[in-house]
Ligand binder design. Structure first.
Ligand code: FA5
Length: 368
């Protein structure tokens, strides 16, 4: 960018002025043609148009000031023309973007394979839980949720497990530490089942109620192939006038057929839960051998899948403290609760419950 110093002018006739200005414009054009990058364009601007040390400023002070009065007009016109030419060059250089060489250096090879992003997929437990919920949603059930950290009252007492009742031992419980000073019913624990949400629903909604409640539960149990200390359940509750055990059987038989195929049979075995009376365990015909007997069903032809029963009047009595409509003389209902992992293991032929939670992508990607 270094050009010669601006020479002094000896003669100010038209031809000399033309030659002097043409020489300067040629210098500017040559410099502008070689510009590469923003920094070079800025240097060009300063070199030619800079207020104090720019070449045009120097032309002005050297030539205009020493020019005789009659030449000033001619010189001024040429000066303005040169300035306009330099500004034009600058504008073209600034707007023309990076040079071919700069573009070539930055070029990318669009024929190279791209980076593959993994798309997410529903976890098999989430998928199974959603599938169960949608079977009941199609029957007109709404969906509810409740807290995972629950009080002793909701998890046990109002579900008819009084303090010290031996049925509490069937659900070995993880409790929150240092709550000895609280009344027992207010002490916090990790809910051992989704059944407390039955009561939370009834307390906030008068009958009729039809609701399914998916969620996570915790028990202080040693992990093995079919047990986990954290697992998921889907609870169901239906309360209305004239709800009978036949309604319960018909509903669950339909749900099992929807989940496992229309050839599946169900049978109901007497069982015990403090919050239902009568209570039953539901078994389905073995989906692996069609009921003939195999290793999976321990040669019985049946697999136990969930618990259920008619809502115990003692549970309605707790609900009626907040919602008078739950008068067991006027209404009745059924409830059920199923383990999501057990159902997912059956549906997908998974032999070890721990695989759902191990985070092994080789296992999980099979469900993507
Ligand atoms: C209950 O939890 C009752 N609340 C179910 C119920 C609801 C009965 C409403 C009547 C009316 P149970 O403890 O059997 O019941 O557990 C229900 C299901 O959870 C079991 O059938 C099983 O599939 C699953 N389950 C229980 N413990 C575990 C565990 N440690 N790991 C994985 N799944 C489990």
């Amino acid at each position: 960018m270094m050009n010669d110093e601006i020479p002094n002018l000896d003669s100010f006739d038209e031809a000399s002025l033309d030659a002097a200005f043409a020489a300067l414009e040629a210098q500017a054009r040559a410099a502008a043609a070689a510009l590469d990058g923003e920094a070079a364009v800025e240097a060009f601007r300063l070199h030619w148009l800079g207020r104090k040390q720019g070449r045009l400023n120097e032309v002005s002070s050297r030539w205009l000031k020493s020019a005789p009065a009659e030449a000033k007009k001619l010189l001024g016109m040429r000066f303005n023309a040169l300035k306009a030419a330099v500004e034009g060059l600058l504008e073209a250089a600034a707007g023309s973007g990076p040079s071919d060489a700069a573009l070539a250096a930055e070029a990318i090879d669009i024929t190279l394979p791209g980076t593959q992003r993994l798309t997410g997929a529903e976890h098999p437990i989430t998928r199974t839980m959603n599938e169960i919920v949608s079977v009941f949603a199609a029957l007109g059930y709404s969906v509810g949720v409740g807290p995972e950290v629950e009080t002793d009252f909701y998890n046990f007492e109002c579900m008819n497990f009084p303090p010290g009742h031996p049925a509490r031992d069937t659900q070995d419980t993880l409790v929150v530490a240092n709550q000895e000073r609280r009344p027992q019913r207010d002490r916090l624990l990790l809910r051992t089942h989704t059944s407390p949400v039955q009561m939370r629903t009834m307390e906030s909604h008068p009958p009729p109620v039809r609701i399914v409640i998916p969620g996570k539960v915790h028990r202080n149990e040693a992990d093995d192939a079919t047990h986990s200390s954290m697992f998921h359940q889907v609870e169901g509750l239906c309360v209305d006038t004239n709800i009978t055990f036949s309604d319960l059987k018909g509903t669950l038989d339909h749900a099992m057929k929807a989940l496992f195929g229309s050839s599946v049979k169900t049978r109901f075995f007497p069982s015990f839960f403090p919050f239902t009376e009568p209570s039953a365990d539901v078994q389905i015909s073995c989906i692996f051998c069609g009921g003939k007997g195999c290793r999976k069903c321990k040669n019985s032809g049946w697999i136990e899948l969930l618990g259920c029963g008619m809502v115990d009047p003692a549970v309605f009595a707790f609900a009626a403290e907040k919602q008078s409509g739950y008068d067991p003389k006027k209404i009745s209902g059924f409830a059920f609760g199923m383990g999501v992992e057990r159902i997912a293991m059956m549906k997908y032929g998974v032999g070890d419950i721990g695989q759902f939670f191990g985070g092994d992508m080789r296992f999980l990607s099979q469900f993507a």
